[in-house]
Design a protein around this ligand. Structure first.
Ligand code: NAD
Length: 563
């Protein structure tokens, strides 16, 4: 666009096929993935450049988007583009092993890291909220979180029956789960529950979110009202039939009403956008008035949202008192509810210490990849390759098989599965061989969520309740970004805030391109070894025995453990 005429919102879709629109696959890949994040099939509010997670954006403005795309099309393989909160700010001469793009999003100096200051700066056009994979261009739609949610509910089911989590998973058959939030991430919950053979009641205030999840087959049906939802849930539970039911309403009213009615709920959680009080609808505000009200009076709106979250969480505590398995699903609702006056909020446990940390000790985390060709056959081929590489992993086989049957791709076809130290590098090298041999029609990108074993400092989520008390030590996230930069990742990002909000986390991401070349193989081997190794050594340092064992077994060198 001419500098004086900035083009505004328009539908964006990544190119498909093997014709390059940039100078190489190293730069075509970030370009396609930026565009893919904004694809209307992928992004929750593409016109506002919002990908997911309340206000998580891929670019600061449409002018910044155009500038990013122009830079990526022109970027050479010995240059590095710098992105400061969604806007390109420099192109520097580097070298072939350096990342093609370095991204820093939403970072503020400690004492200034509040929503108030962030919004002041955002209003001045100086920053944007990058969430986790929104501003780092590796969001793959709701599937991205589906697998993690599937794993989590499998662990919930196991713990409910056996009292512990071994990683083998259990079944939710014969149980009813209550949750809220059917957004970009939260929308994975109904399918994750039915994949574990359970019944789910999923509350959202926004009818369009319920409709979208039904359209994408993540949600089975919608109830007419609260009583109807309970009737349908009980009938399905008694028949041992998996079923997910959408219910239109405000969770701050529906949860207390269900508790008061003595509804037979076994598992309770929540995935509204509670990390950002302006993205949580208080009781008494209509969805149509949401935008106007939060803009007119952000401070007053925040107070009302927190008061509603206090009622919402008080009901969750009530369900726990009544014997249900209740957990915080990583959206900071406990802290917001506490601020809103709910004294017992932190009696609810976070999902990472409750179910996920044993996996982190093995370097396990959300490994994901996307086919730049746009051809679903490429993902089918990689699915088969993963099952061949890890033939003994029954849970992985179950996941891939169900994902093939049940997951509708959004944007470029993609897959996720949790792999650990050693496994990620094997998969990456195999995919690179498949690109080289022509088994795949075009390169693939391999990345991950920032919610990973060694990439995040987040005391209410990934690093809650660390054995050595190191919950708020953020050095690990910075080291992770530096390690990936030093190891040959194609793009590396360092964010603040993410899923838990301002002041509460620092986290890093990486994406590496498998373009079939020998150089890519060397980079993949290093990045996909060193990135999960950060998780192993971080947990070994914190004193987790399993991480120490894994470090010894799989050759992760930790000074002091060598002897
Ligand atoms: P989103 O903004 O796309 O969706 C939030 C949904 O909550 C919307 O559909 C909205 O209508 C609904 N909602 C808001 N207030 C409500 C209320 N009072 N009652 C009922 N529904 C209400 O966000 P998302 O991407 O789905 O993420 C949800 C939350 O989960 C965020 O806080 C995010 O940071 C967090 N998160 C958790 C994980 C995890 O692994 N557990 C991962 C990523 C994100």
């Amino acid at each position: 666009a001419a500098p004086d005429r900035v083009a505004g919102p328009r539908p964006v879709r990544a190119p498909r096929g093997t014709t390059l629109t940039a100078r190489s696959w190293q730069t075509e890949a970030p370009l396609r993935m930026l565009m893919n994040n904004l694809d209307p099939e992928v992004a929750e509010r593409p016109d506002d450049l919002v990908v997911y997670g309340g206000t998580g954006k891929a670019a600061r403005s449409w002018a910044a988007y155009d500038a990013l795309a122009a830079c990526l099309r022109d970027l050479a393989d010995d240059e590095t583009l710098l992105v400061q909160s969604g806007k390109p700010v420099g192109v520097l001469r580097t070298h072939a092993w350096a990342p093609r793009v370095l991204i820093a999003n939403s970072n503020l100096v400690g004492d200034w890291a509040t929503w108030e200051e962030f919004r002041r700066l955002e209003d001045l056009g100086l920053t944007m909220y990058g969430q986790m994979t929104a501003g780092s261009w590796i969001y793959i739609g709701t599937q991205g979180i589906l697998q993690g949610t599937y794993e989590t509910f499998a662990a919930v089911a196991e713990k409910r029956v056996t009292g512990r989590v071994s990683g083998a998973g259990g079944s939710l058959r014969g149980t009813i789960t209550l949750t809220a939030g059917l957004g970009g991430m939260g929308g994975a919950q109904p399918l994750a529950v039915t994949m574990n053979d359970g019944v789910a009641i999923c509350v959202d205030v926004d009818q369009s979110r319920i409709a979208r999840r039904i359209e994408h087959r993540y949600l089975d049906e919608q109830a007419d009202d609260l009583d109807d939802a309970v009737r349908r849930a009980v009938a399905a539970r008694d028949a041992g039939r998996p079923l997910s039911i959408g219910l239109l309403g405000n969770a701050a009213e529906v949860f207390p009403a269900l508790l008061a009615a003595g509804a037979p709920i076994d598992v309770v959680t929540d995935q509204t956008s509670a990390h950002d009080p302006l993205a949580y609808l208080p009781v008494g505000v209509r969805v149509e008035d949401w935008e106007a009200e939060r803009t007119a009076d952000p401070a007053g709106f925040t107070e009302r949202a927190r008061a509603s979250m206090a009622a919402h969480v008080a009901a969750m505590v009530g369900f726990a008192d009544a014997g249900a398995e209740v957990f915080d699903y990583g959206n900071s609702i406990r802290d917001e509810a506490r601020k809103g006056g709910c004294d017992r909020a932190f009696e609810i446990e976070g999902f990472v210490p409750a179910y996920i940390r044993p996996l982190f000790c093995e370097g396990k985390g959300p490994f994901r990849w996307a086919a730049l060709s746009g051809d679903p056959a490429d993902i089918a081929a990689t699915d088969a390759a993963v099952l061949e590489l890890f033939p003994d992993d029954a849970k992985l086989r179950r996941w891939i098989t169900m994902a093939q049957e049940r997951v509708a791709y959004q944007g470029l076809p993609a897959r996720i599965c949790w792999l650990g130290q050693g496994e990620r590098a094997r998969a990456g090298l195999r995919f690179n061989e498949m690109v080289a041999s022509g088994e795949l029609s075009a390169p693939v990108v391999i990345g991950r969520d920032h919610l990973d074993c060694g990439s995040v400092a987040s005391p209410y989520r990934e690093t809650e309740g660390m054995r050595d008390g190191s919950d708020a030590i953020a050095d690990w996230a910075l080291l992770n970004a530096l390690v990936n930069t030093a190891s040959g990742a194609t793009w590396v990002s360092l964010h603040h805030g993410g899923g838990v909000g301002m002041g509460r986390s620092l986290h890093a991401g990486q994406v590496v391109v498998a373009d079939g070349t020998a150089l890519a193989a060397e980079k993949l081997e290093r990045v996909l070894t060193n990135d999960p190794a950060m998780g192993v050594l971080r947990h070994a340092d914190a004193g987790y025995d399993r991480a120490v064992e894994v470090a010894r077994e799989r050759g992760v060198r930790v000074p002091g453990l060598d002897a």
